[in-house]
Design a protein around this ligand. Sequence first.
Ligand SMILES: Nc1ncnc2c1ncn2[C@@H]1O[C@H](COP(=O)(O)OP(=O)(O)OP(=O)(O)O)[C@@H](O)[C@H]1O
Length: 242
Amino acid sequence: MGTETLVGLDLLGVGHRYRDKKVLDRLDLSIAPGEFVTFLGPSGVGKSTLLRILAGLEEPTSGRVEPTVDRAVVSRMMFQEDRLLPWRNVLDNATLGTRGRRDEAAELLREVGLAGREKDWPSELSGGQRQRVALARALLHQPDVLLLDEPFGALDAITRVTMQQLLERVLHEHPRTVLLVTHDVEEALVLSDRVLLLTERGITRELRIDQARPRHRGDARLAGWKEEFLDGLLEADRALHS
Ligand SMILES: Nc1ncnc2c1ncn2[C@@H]1O[C@H](COP(=O)(O)OP(=O)(O)OP(=O)(O)O)[C@@H](O)[C@H]1O
């Protein structure tokens, strides 16, 4: 399963306003096919708005988004909350909106570590397990671009690391272009090919990370970058909320 051609995205002067509030301004950005790009930025700067635009859930008020492959981008969002339907079991949640495909769903559930849990109700799962179902569901849609809006934000620290490792493994099996929004700088540095700092002045910092995976969290270079991004985030937060 999976698409043959990886899809990239070009953002051309993307801007957005909610009534008289400007959220994104003339954003230009090229995302390469198969690239894993993460957005860091202070709360309220417009990260979720950007993902919603990329998902086609919101029209930008200016500019446009062009996929590098000449067809519609089918992207799939995964959110901080798992959005599982409580009255559907695990398998039925995973297949939601895909008209069947139960065998593939069962295989994906196995890959995310939920073999044997297909008939369980969401209420019988832990937060991490629920996000595993959400990840399987997102992948079942075979999105060209996978959009992840703080998918592990509500999880405890250990489960979060486990889920990051799982995501890395699953992406190795099913290569995808991925855009992640997170508040966790370490998560960004461990997972991404490129980390961008989004501030009210646009993208003010960009870091390409070519280190092999899996990356060591204790790595000295990662620690240095973490400090830099934390400083950048604090500064951007002060500017945005002053
Ligand atoms: N539907 C809406 N109508 C009006 N304003 C909105 C709407 N959605 C978001 N906003 C405002 O736009 C700004 C950006 O919101 P957005 O959710 O994109 O930020 P964010 O960077 O993702 O924040 P966080 O990190 O807290 O999730 C915020 O000030 C928010 O209040």
